[in-house]
Each structure stands twice: as structure tokens, then as C-alpha cells.
Design a protein around this ligand. Structure first.
Ligand code: UDP
Length: 334
């Protein structure tokens, strides 16, 4: 039986593909390569280049490869972009998921694992935030994922489909052996920006607001190592295979770090005191997001291995240095 990974050549997708292959699964990837790279994939994984909104194309991949389960990663993921271009987000994250579900149902795929986000919560009333908290997204990105979750729920009620929705908190780090990592050009995520500054690819890091009601005034996030997140996907697959019911699970560690703490950590581990500048708040940002992780720890057989901000930073830095060397040697796209 084959697992189809949409967006498998991207950051979280490629780590999950690696984990799936290492556990003996047969994996095929669909990726339009808009932000993904084939070189992030391990050898032996078939890559079909194309858009998952193209139903005929997806149907032919599912049927020809005997797909049993879909991991749906492919999406647009930048909060600030979604504020500027909401239609792109509703189209790429919500409408495309609708197309994918239509094909999945038509082809008899009965299991789906969906990449969602903590952005569905908006500013939660209680932190750590649990899965049953009211969803009040502050950005079209969060709304587009919330709507896709709703689609999935309704389709699963009507058809023979079980799913696990994984709501990612802030994903960081890279494969401990630096086989894959975050390669997307122009990434806007804090960790990426900070390791770029630490490797002298940027002059400075801007801190978007230090006037929040938090201990040091900057926003607080729950950072999860990408390899732990990949293992959570594997655990979700075995849960569904054992007959587990459709469910929604937070993916984080349940502990928050402020933006300033992350910057200090990256400076300390890299021994590079890059410049830091206070800037205005960024539109759509949530003040504090920390996961209540009790559900995922009970429902799935999942225990994180890299729950340590220094280790996350070391792995992110090692990948960044490797990527930099790759870039210098001229191998950027394959
Ligand atoms: N952030 C920042 N400077 C940057 C990038 C991010 O201060 O260059 C802050 C951002 O305002 C937010 C936190 O870091 O409070 C995490 O942002 P990121 O884009 O990494 O992830 P998000 O939580 O928006 O998904």
C-alpha cells in the first residue's frame, strides 16, 4: 500500500517523507515545486510534479500507485502574505483541499492526515490552548485552514473516510543529520530569519513588537522540532490503520519561548551577536500561542525526542550552513 504525500518536497513534507521511508513505507509525492525542491527527497521516492487542484492528474496518481492514505501538506503558509492576498490562500488552501477530497472519495481513499495550524485559534482565551477552544483566526491563512478542517469533517461524516487533523504550532529545526531542512527562498519565519542572520546572510533581525502583554513584550510561541512533528504524522497513520476515529490534535511541546528568547538562543549557540532592531507589530500576529499537548500524547503513541530549544537551534544552524555551502558550490535547485 502506498502513501501519497502532497507537498512532500517542502519543509515539513520532506521530513515526513524521510520518516515514512525509514519506517518501510512506499511513498509517492505530488508537489508543484513552487516552494519545494526535489533534492530534499530521499532516493527512491517517486515525485509527480503538478498541482493537486488538477483532479484528473491526482486521480491518475492515486489509481496508478494504489494509494491507501494521503498526507496533505501542500499549502500556502505565510500569515502576512495571506493578509495581502486572501484569495490566493482560500484558493490554494481551502478550494484545493475540496478538490483533493473529491478525488479521494471517488478513488476510495479512506485515510487522510491534514496539516492544519495553531493559527486557527487566533488569540485564545486560555493558554495552553486545547483543541476544543473556539476558533477565531486572525488571518486569512488561519481561516483558510479552519475552513478546510470543516470540509474534511463534513466529508468524513458522509463518506468512508477517517482523518487526523494535526494543528502545528511553530515548526523549527531540521533533520538531525542535515539530510533535509527549510530551503524555501525568502522564508519569513523567525527561526529561519535568525539563523540567516547568524550565518551572515542578513544584516539584522527585526522584532515585530515588544509592546505585547508578555514578560518581555515580544510574542510567545511553542516551537516543535520538525523531526518530532514528522514522527507525529507516522503515529497518526498507525492510529488510523488500527481503526482510530477521526480526530484533531495539537502538535507542540506545551512550552513557550518569546521572540527575544529565540534570538538570544540563536546568538548564543551560533556565537554570532547579530544586530536586532525593534520594529512595528506585524499584521495578523497572535500574542501568545502555546499548545495543550495532553491529547496528542494520549491519543497517539508519540513522545518527542528533541524537546530542547538548544538542540532545535543546533539542527537549524547545521542545515543552514550546509545549504549555504551548497549554494556557494552552485547546486541550488536539484
Ligand atoms: N517575528 C519577528 N521577526 C521576524 C519574523 C518573525 O519578530 O523576522 C515574530 C512574529 O512577529 C511572531 C513570531 O516571530 O510573533 C513567530 O512568527 P513566525 O513568522 O515565525 O511564525 P507564525 O507564528 O507567524 O506562524
Amino acid at each position: 500500500m502506498t502513501v501519497l504525500v502532497t507537498g512532500g518536497a517542502g519543509y515539513i513534507g520532506s521530513h515526513t517523507v524521510l520518516a515514512l521511508v525509514e519506517s518501510g513505507e512506499t511513498v509517492v509525492v505530488i508537489d508543484d515545486l513552487s516552494t519545494g525542491f526535489p533534492y530534499l527527497l530521499p532516493d527512491g521516492v517517486s515525485l509527480f510534479k503538478g498541482n493537486i487542484g488538477d483532479e484528473n492528474f491526482v486521480e491518475s496518481v492515486i489509481n496508478s500507485c494504489g494509494v491507501e492514505c494521503i498526507f496533505h501538506f501542500a499549502a500556502s503558509v505565510v500569515v502576512s502574505d495571506s493578509m495581502r492576498d486572501p484569495l490566493a490562500y482560500y484558493s490554494n488552501n481551502t478550494a484545493v483541499t475540496c478538490n483533493l477530497l473529491r478525488v479521494a472519495v471517488k478513488c476510495g481513499v479512506t485515510r487522510l492526515i491534514f496539516s492544519s495550524t495553531a493559527a486557527v485559534y487566533g488569540n485564545p482565551d486560555h493558554v495552553p490552548v486545547a483543541e476544543n477552544a473556539t476558533m477565531r483566526p486572525l488571518s486569512p491563512y488561519g481561516s483558510s485552514k479552519m475552513m478546510a478542517e470543516q470540509l474534511l469533517h463534513d466529508v468524513a461524516v458522509a463518506h468512508d473516510l477517517n482523518y487526523v487533523v494535526l494543528r502545528y504550532f511553530n515548526v523549527a529545526g531540521a533533520d538531525p543529520s542535515a539530510r533535509t531542512g527549510l530551503a524555501t527562498a525568502g522564508a519569513t519565519h523567525l527561526f529561519k530569519i535568525a539563523v540567516e542572520a547568524a550565518t551572515e546572510q542578513r544584516d539584522r533581525v527585526d522584532v515585530f513588537g515588544i509592546d505585547y502583554s508578555t514578560p518581555d513584550g515580544s510574542c510567545i510561541r511553542d516551537f516543535i522540532h520538525v523531526s518530532d512533528l514528522a514522527q507525529a504524522h507516522l503515529a497518526a497513520l498507525s492510529y488510523l490503520r488500527k481503526g482510530g476515529q477521526s480526530t484533531v490534535l495539537n502538535c507542540g511541546y506545551g512550552r513557550g519561548y518569546s521572540v527575544l528568547e529565540i534570538i538570544e538562543t540563536v546568538q548564543r549557540i551560533s556565537r554570532c551577536k547579530f544586530a536586532v532592531k525593534v520594529a512595528n507589530r506585524r499584521l495578523g500576529d497572535i500574542m501568545t500561542l502555546i499548545a495543550d499537548t495532553s491529547r496528542i500524547r494520549t491519543v497517539l503513541d508519540w513522545t518527542p525526542r528533541y524537546d530542547n530549544i538548544d538542540i532545535i537551534t543546533e539542527h537549524a544552524l547545521a542545515w543552514e550552513i550546509k545549504s549555504l555551502n551548497r549554494f556557494k558550490s552552485g547546486r541550488t535547485t536539484s
